[in-house]
Design a protein around this ligand. Structure first.
Ligand SMILES: Cc1cc2nc3c(=O)[nH]c(=O)nc-3n(C[C@H](O)[C@H](O)[C@H](O)COP(=O)(O)OP(=O)(O)OC[C@H]3O[C@@H](n4cnc5c(N)ncnc54)[C@H](O)[C@@H]3O)c2cc1C
Length: 486
């Protein structure tokens, strides 16, 4: 079957699934009830898009693929469009080198103005996603030859830079009236590429950045809470909480959004052994439902919606404008890393050491310690243990059976244990952006063999197998002080 036919059929199935949420009117229905695509005659005209742009006060953005400077392609004809940047070898090389950095994908403008993000985040990119293999077919990637076509492909066609509930309501109505696919996009971290979609209109939540600390009181919870806009990311609310002497459950990865797919999908955190999952922290959502109405969902009001949003999956039940989450008193926090490989080690001995570590987990989790670890047949790394209100000496005790086992088995290892004055100090030292890149590399390198069309990383990722030195930043407590052997 031709790839384009397969793509259409997949989109058709997706459209049928979405129809359960907002069924298109008969008049707007496309062939086989699929959403209309840009090449369909029923696709909204430039005039219709322009009217939407006016409704949202000029906040409609026509997509320019991030990797456009690597190709000679130009903007598609018809509809609203922006000029695409011309081929630029230097910008293309920069893009190739930085393609796996989340910050490149969600912060920096496609034109190649690589600089520190502006305070108001106005230079963020609304369409890129961090699921690179979704970009291999009929989309624009920087690793294909200059002459290869750069298309909008799986990126959204247009994006509304959401600044209010009215923008969301306008997007929902437009998608419904014109039988256009709709997606919600926050940071683009979704591994499955759900925050993008071919032929879609995207609601970009990234610029809803309000953070407000409040007191919350109901039968379930009384105490400090934080109300955050849908676009707030982990590193932002962690810094704000620190200033208030508080700590908040966010992703280990600092750049993941908090109120979007993270909390709505459950959300694990370096603080999860102490406070639970992100969804456990949710006290209230402000949410736009498909009718355009804004609802408050908590344990008392619209409780079905509240429970559905608390772990039921991002982009499924409505468009969340804000989340109110529990905030906890900050505490001194310790961290630990430990790494070893199976080099010159009998495989059974290597796995026996890992088994010893796994046996230590129930006791450390009971003490509130969160353990992030990775292992393959060749290498093992703890990156890191998080000990909120737990001393580094206690972390050492939890890992003592492992270290004894390693020493008895003549396995060389590196480790590092450190006490920090606050959760933020720990977080900034142990969860620097480097692990994020490595995580993606790990994910991609594993999928390479399955996706023969996946060209971006054949050369660069071949060096990023889990056992390679490129993975070592995962074990570094800080970029400036490497782990010390103990
Ligand atoms: C590098 C990396 C590191 C990660 N680290 C962690 C981690 O430490 N802990 C963890 O639990 N997960 C982690 N994840 C997974 C991450 O939490 C999920 O991919 C999550 O869905 C990202 O949410 P987002 O809103 O930031 O991303 P997006 O990709 O923008 O959105 C994800 C989904 O949520 C929907 N959505 C977004 N905003 C809204 C909204 N306002 N209302 C309704 N729906 C919305 C989107 O439509 C999409 O379906 C990581 C992912 C990556 C790529």
């Amino acid at each position: 079957m031709a790839p384009s036919t397969m793509l259409k059929q997949s989109l058709c199935l997706l459209a049928i699934a979405l129809a359960a949420q907002s069924a298109p009117t008969d008049k707007a229905k496309g062939p086989n009830a699929c959403r209309f695509m840009p090449n369909d005659p029923q696709w909204p005209s430039a005039k219709t898009w322009d009217a939407l742009n006016k409704t949202v006060h000029g906040q409609l953005i026509a997509t320019v693929p991030l990797a456009a400077p690597c190709h000679d392609s130009t903007a598609p004809k018809g509809g609203l469009s922006r000029d695409w940047p011309k081929y630029d070898q230097q910008k293309c090389t920069d893009l190739q080198e930085r393609w796996l950095e989340p910050e490149l994908q969600y912060v920096l403008q496609h034109i190649g103005t690589y600089h520190t993000p502006t305070d108001d985040h106005s230079d963020a990119d609304p369409t890129s996603i961090m699921a690179p293999f979704f970009l291999s077919n009929e989309t624009c990637n920087p690793f294909q030859p200059r002459a290869a076509a750069c298309k909008i492909g799986v990126y959204s066609q247009y994006t509304i830079n959401v600044t209010s509930s009215a923008d969301v309501a306008a997007g929902l109505k437009f998608a419904e009236d014109n039988n256009v696919r709709l997606v919600i996009h926050n940071t683009g971290h979704d591994f499955a590429g759900k925050s993008s979609g071919a032929g879609s209109l995207s609601l970009w939540m990234h610029n809803l950045k309000d953070i407000e600390f409040i007191h919350w009181g109901d039968a379930h919870y009384t105490g400090k809470a934080v109300r955050i806009g849908a676009g707030v990311q982990g590193f932002e609310v962690n810094a704000a909480a620190h200033d208030q002497g508080l700590q908040v459950v966010t992703g280990e990865c600092p750049t993941v959004g908090v109120a979007g797919g993270y909390t709505q999908g459950g959300g694990h955190s370096a603080l999860s052994s102490r406070h639970g999952m992100a969804a456990d922290q949710a006290l209230q959502y402000e949410v736009v439902v498909p009718s355009g109405e804004v609802l408050i969902a908590n344990r008392q009001r619209n409780s079905d919606l509240y429970w559905a949003l608390s772990g039921g999956g991002g982009g499924t039940y409505g468009v969340v404008l804000s989340l109110t989450s529990k905030a906890h008193a900050d505490v001194p926090t310790s961290g630990a890393n430990l790494t070893f490989t199976s080099d010159n080690i009998d495989q059974d001995v290597y796995y026996a050491a890992i088994e010893t570590f796994l046996s230590s987990l129930p006791a450390s989790a009971d003490a509130g310690v969160m353990s992030v670890f990775y292992f393959t047949a060749e290498s093992f790394m703890i990156a890191p243990l998080t000990g909120p209100d737990v001393k580094a000496s206690q972390l050492k005790e939890f890992l003592s059976p492992l270290m004894k086992k390693l020493e008895a088995s003549n396995i060389t290892y590196t480790s590092h244990f450190e006490d920090f004055g606050s959760y933020l100090e720990f977080y900034e030292a142990m969860f620097a952006p480097i692990p994020v890149v490595s995580l993606l590399r790990l994910q991609i390198s594993r999928t390479l063999s399955m996706f023969t069309n996946f060209t971006p990383t054949r050369a660069s990722l071949s060096t990023a197998e889990p056992s390679s030195p490129e993975m070592s930043p995962l074990t570094s407590p800080t970029t400036s002080s490497p782990p010390s052997a103990t």
